[in-house]
Design a protein around this ligand. Structure first.
Ligand SMILES: Nc1ncnc2c1ncn2[C@@H]1O[C@H](COP(=O)(O)OP(=O)(O)O)[C@@H](O)[C@H]1O
Ligand SMILES: [Mg+2]
Length: 150
């Protein structure tokens, strides 16, 4: 598919895209987030949590690697930054094939464990503090979801 790009100018706008996306997700969906520190990966995940009906505050799981939240669907929120130079498997498959939605920040660091089908969202810094969200997928399921986003 062609990459879909969406510009956001505020934290609220970034969260809103995540929220809209989340409402179309189903159990077993895996989203991978790429982008530099401070790009907005956790912010986007907060939006996803909201869309899944999660009311607890979502914070970065950098030190725990994964945090679970109860919602309409459970959210498994991973930040695998600390696994950059490690090939540790924390039981990824159980999350990816679980009953919830998995969001992986810094997913490129666990490339060998990622499932075949996923939705990748790359967040880049844009002009004057804006962000560019770039959606790429290899699955028709996510393709139809992404088409509903703009
Ligand atoms: N349009 C925007 N979308 C998301 N975050 C933004 C935006 N503009 C500014 N920010 C700021 O960028 C930072 C993003 O932090 P965070 O979501 O923790 O990034 P990451 O998880 O990628 O390291 C926050 O301080 C947020 O306030
Ligand atoms: Mg983060």
């Amino acid at each position: 598919m062609n990459k879909l790009k969406i510009n956001t100018n505020t934290v609220q706008e970034t969260m809103l895209i995540g929220e809209k996306l989340a409402k179309m997700l189903r159990a077993g969906d895996v989203l991978t987030l790429e982008g530099e520190l401070g790009a907005g990966k956790t912010t986007f995940t907060k939006g996803i949590a909201k869309g899944l009906g999660i009311t607890r505050n979502v914070s970065s799981p950098t030190f725990t690697i994964v945090k679970e939240y109860e919602g309409n669907l459970p959210l498994y929120h991973m930040d695998v930054y600390r696994l950059e130079h490690s090939d540790e498997d924390i039981g990824f498959d159980e999350y990816f094939n679980g009953n919830g939605v998995t969001v992986v920040e810094w997913a490129s660091f666990i490339e060998e464990y990622l499932p075949e089908h996923l939705l990748n969202i790359r967040i880049n810094y844009g002009e004057e503090g804006s962000r560019v969200l770039e959606f790429t997928t290899n699955s028709t399921h996510f393709e139809s979801i992404v088409n509903e986003l703009p």
